[in-house]
Ligand binder design. Sequence first.
Ligand code: FES
Ligand code: FES
Length: 163
Amino acid sequence: MGPKVISLIVNGRLHHVALAPNVTLLEALRELGYMDVKNGCEKGDCGACAVLLNGLAVNSCLALAWQADGAEIITCAGLGTTEHPHPLQTAFADLGAIQCGYCTPGMIIAAKALLDHNPQPTEEEIREAISGNLCRCTGYGQIVDAVTAAAQMLRHAEGRAPG
Ligand code: FES
Ligand code: FES
């Protein structure tokens, strides 16, 4: 089967790309310039390539780009900006949860998926949610602390939201 044109909506931006059926979503995203999606193992073991696909965290190395045709994809960089970072991005930076940084985008995506359905996770639930994401640097303690702090920030912000 030859290439076909598919639509990828990445961080709110629509791309039309012609891709062969065997191109992974990871390859497609990096080819489009989304270099925050890291290529760690290409076999589902490290979580460095995680993105939100229609709201669910997936390892993009295990998905084919064709499977994401028309889907909404959010990468870590799409969660916030330098001026307005997402609370997870702020907490990771402030609490020493980023060292070499290679695991960070995938970790933050896994944490975002958790907090979207569980705004007040226990430490055990956080560790479970990031269990598919490998970090060689931090020992995970700072990452758990950062997710806990971000959850608090988000609950606080929601409590103050009008309406
Ligand atoms: S690169 Fe996808 S899980 Fe490691
Ligand atoms: S900060 Fe280096 S792998 Fe996690």
